[in-house]
Design a protein around this ligand. Structure first.
Ligand SMILES: *Cc1c(COP(=O)(O)O)cnc(C)c1O
Length: 378
């Protein structure tokens, strides 16, 4: 079945008791036992499993083409479960420009816990091969990367992982399963912050780990989900599942709008650089074209004149909202270095844009007038 159909039907069925077409919301934390003590529906307590969570996990499993999924209360909780499923003393290879929350999680929580981590440039396959150690168990990928939109060759990195008895996990948040299918490129685990494109409306926090194979490693992740308790709440699952129904069409709109905007911005005199993998001269364009269906709704731009000029542009927008996060229907703009804080590698003149579903002409006009203003002020 194609993804437009799966997005609407996977994990859902007509409710047998009421015939409600839309999934009911089951808020009950506990479920009645039969007189013999059994649970014929399989539900006993919401932390273990819940009807809405099961629907969402089933849907996400099918969207990515895996065998099982575990839904968490945030993308970071999902990410952490993958690291916690390793053992102290294991070695992880992670990208230098991983999502800043993932970098902080590795440095501040998982390294003190005992993981060894090498942060490298994953777009350089020579560096990946060199970074592999005898105790390397996991290569963590994130492509397109945040906020530089660097493209990692997923198939090549997964091959290196497997040649060294390690696994490859992909944070697929920015592409979504509509634009990128990491399991088809060899990845073993896919992680999403469902807060972003899957939810799609900036009104719910969530995360998921999807496994290509329902093996012992996935059982360990399931155990961490249940025992740790950072599970996705019923209403949150309901919201993400509702958002997913329009995901394939939203991703088309985000991608088309972002390409129009990127193409319009490259020649603006106030712009030093536009980072968008859909532009033919982007260094990762060829690999992105090979492993992605389209180039997505995220981009970053560098403004001539440094930090002050970048802030002048954010001050001048009228339609874009100055806020962090991404993947919602509304366009967002943010000065990324100041969000990432101390130790950030992000250039001070960089603005990250999440391109929404407004009219592309209106978005181009808004950014152009803000950039024009920045040129005048200089
Ligand atoms: C937002 C984000 C996360 C973290 O997800 P939360 O839901 O905020 O915990 C992880 N990876 C990427 C790429 C993200 O954009």
């Amino acid at each position: 079945m194609n993804i437009e159909t799966l997005a609407i039907h996977a994990g859902r069925s007509i409710d047998p008791t009421t015939k409600s077409v839309t999934a009911p919301l089951y808020l009950s934390t506990t479920f009645e036992r039969e007189p013999d003590g059994s649970y014929p529906q399989g539900f006993l307590y919401t932390r273990m499993a819940s009807p809405n969570r099961e629907m969402l996990e089933d849907c996400l499993t099918q969207l990515e083409g895996g065998e099982a999924a575990a839904a968490f209360s945030s993308g970071s909780a999902a990410t952490m479960s993958v690291f916690q499923a390793l053992s102290p003393g294991d070695h992880v290879i992670a990208p230098l420009d991983a999502y800043s929350g993932t970098t902080a999680l590795l440095k501040n929580v998982m390294m003190p816990w005992g993981l060894e981590v090498s942060f490298i440039d994953l777009t350089d396959l020579g560096q990946v091969e060199q970074a592999v150690c005898p105790n390397t168990k996991l290569i963590w990928t994130e492509t397109p990367s945040n906020p530089m939109l660097r493209i990692t060759d997923l198939a090549a990195v997964a091959t290196i992982a497997h040649q060294n008895n390690a696994i490859c996990a992909c944070d697929n948040t920015w592409a979504s399963p509509v634009l990128q299918r990491p399991f088809e490129q060899g990845a073993d685990l896919v992680v999403h912050s469902t807060t972003k494109y899957l939810g799609g409306h900036s009104d719910v926090l969530g995360g998921v780990v999807i496994a290509k194979v329902e093996d012992d490693r996935f059982q360990r992740i399931r155990q961490i989900q249940i025992a740790g308790g950072a599970v996705a709440a019923p209403f949150d699952c309901w919201l993400v599942l509702r958002g997913i129904q329009t995901l394939p069409y939203r991703m088309r709109g985000h991608s088309a709008n972002a390409l129009k905007l990127a193409s319009a911005l490259v020649n603006h005199p106030a712009v030093e650089a536009v980072h968008y993998p859909g532009l033919p001269d982007h260094p990762g364009h060829a690999i992105a074209a090979k492993q992605m269906k389209d180039f997505g709704g995220m981009m970053s731009i560098q403004i001539k004149g440094g930090r002050e000029a970048a802030f002048a542009v954010t001050a001048g927008v009228k339609l874009f909202t100055r806020a962090t996060s991404l993947g919602g229907v509304e366009s967002l703009i943010e000065h990324r270095a100041s969000i990432e804080g101390e130790g950030t590698q992000t250039p001070e003149n960089l603005l990250r844009l999440s391109i929404g579903l407004e009219s592309p002409e209106d978005l181009v006009a808004d950014l152009t007038q803000a950039l024009d203003q920045a040129v005048v002020e200089k």
